[in-house]
Design a protein around this ligand. Structure first.
Ligand code: ZN
Length: 410
């Protein structure tokens, strides 16, 4: 005859999360707490000869004992439970005999003191009966709700080189979902690997030429491909018109002087073509304001200017791209920057320096005069043969746009 004694060693409880969850999910969270508690106790009491765990939820038992693919919430918790405990030690306890339900049923402390269920556990334990239910692959409706549906399989046909000549914009968005990425660098690296794979299939690159790491050209090609994809999605009319000028001209073409470069990228024609800036600066690629990749590009620019403000980020972006509603879009991205939010603010403006001496001294009028003229150019106003006091004896120029008005006034 086996004599069993019961002792309440330790317990753990947790308040239900404020985020609403289904009852089976909450039961699963309870099972996870039990698994963690048992694990920590077993580390402290290594002489344990056997462990038996009970839950009153058949759904939770089903999740733990069936190796199906569950939805993320369930899968993560089930995996941890399986890691900490052996699924075979889990058993079912009828809800009416579950002592852990007593406090939540509003039992007073006095009643709890007298409760045999609380102190001695369910009666079947005293009879050394382990109630292990049969859990086959039979359908459990509540559990099956969390079953991960198989993602739809699809076949993507890659366009051949001949086709890309006719339709040069390969729609990358059909192959990859850019909204799944939060870092433009990672997106471009993954894209570059995809392109490398495609090129290998096409036989356009020698397998021995491809090292394990990516080179700069592959990253640049990946970026150009995404730029073309974004432009094709957002400026389809402009693309069609530039390829075949039929019908009325889209307003953006006139507004920005759009044209297609040799890589079929839509670029803006500015007035600084004779400057020594790189091509991307003189003729920036046009981008829409509402594409996730544009936000990633702006965020990258924002990081490149060391989390400086909207103006600096926008200026950096315009060295290569012209974003529609650029300031508004940049402000939105900068405001959502995690680093800036964590630090409380972005870099503030630089404190202005002290005013020059001649601007803060009390002097007769026109002792110092200023010429609002292009750039920091200093000139001396020579007053030969004039010794009148009060004549201007120093001229100073400053940057400004109103030199004509100033001249008239003088
Ligand atoms: Zn920032």
């Amino acid at each position: 005859m086996i004599t069993l004694k019961f002792r309440l060693l330790c317990s753990k409880t947790r308040v239900t999360p404020t985020r609403k969850q289904t009852i089976p999910r909450l039961e699963l969270s309870g099972a996870l707490i039990l698994a963690r508690l048992v694990h920590s106790v077993s580390l402290s009491l290594p002489v344990l000869h056997g462990t038996y765990l009970w839950t009153d939820s058949m759904t939770v038992l089903y999740w733990i004992c069936n190796r199906k693919g569950w939805k993320q919430y369930v899968q993560h918790r089930v995996e941890e439970i399986r890691k900490l405990t052996n699924p075979s030690v889990w058993n079912h306890c009828p809800g009416t005999q579950n002592p852990t339900d007593l406090p939540s049923q509003g039992l007073s402390a006095k009643e709890l003191l007298k409760s045999r269920l609380w102190w001695d556990g369910p009666s079947f334990i005293a009879r050394a009966v382990i109630n292990t239910p049969e859990l086959g692959d039979d359908c459990n409706e509540e559990a099956e709700v969390e079953l991960l549906r198989n993602p739809a399989t699809f076949t993507q046909v890659l366009t051949s080189q001949d086709q890309t000549k006719e339709c040069p914009v390969a729609c990358m968005s059909n192959l990859m979902n850019s909204s799944h990425y939060s870092d433009i660098g990672k997106l471009l690296r993954v894209t570059a690997y995809v392109l490398r794979f495609i090129n290998r299939l096409r036989g356009t690159v020698d397998r021995t030429d491809c090292g394990s790491s990516l080179n700069g050209k592959e990253i640049t090609d990946a970026e150009a491909l995404w730029i073309r994809t974004i432009q094709k999605l957002s400026f389809d009319c402009e693309f069609c018109y530039l390829l075949k000028p039929l019908g009325p001209c889209p307003p953006l073409i006139d507004q920005f002087g759009l044209f297609l470069d040799d890589k079929q990228v839509l670029r803006c024609r500015g007035r600084i073509n004779l400057s020594q800036l790189p091509l991307s600066g003189k003729q920036p690629a046009l981008l829409p304001s509402n594409h996730p990749i544009v936000a990633l590009l702006i965020l990258k620019a924002h990081e490149s200017v060391k989390h400086n403000g909207v103006n600096q980020t926008l200026t950096f972006m315009r060295e290569r791209f012209w974003v529609l509603k650029g300031r508004q879009t940049t402000r939105k991205v900068v405001r959502s920057c995690v680093t800036c939010r964590r630090l409380g603010h972005s870099y503030g403006s630089v404190l202005p320096p002290d005013l020059p001496t001649e601007r803060v001294l009390e002097d007769p009028p026109f002792s110092h005069t200023g010429v609002d003229f292009a750039g920091p150019l200093y000139i001396n106003v020579v007053n030969e043969g004039q010794s009148n006091e009060g004549q201007s004896n120093e001229g100073q120029s400053n940057e400004g746009q109103s030199n004509e008005g100033q001249s008239d006034e003088r």
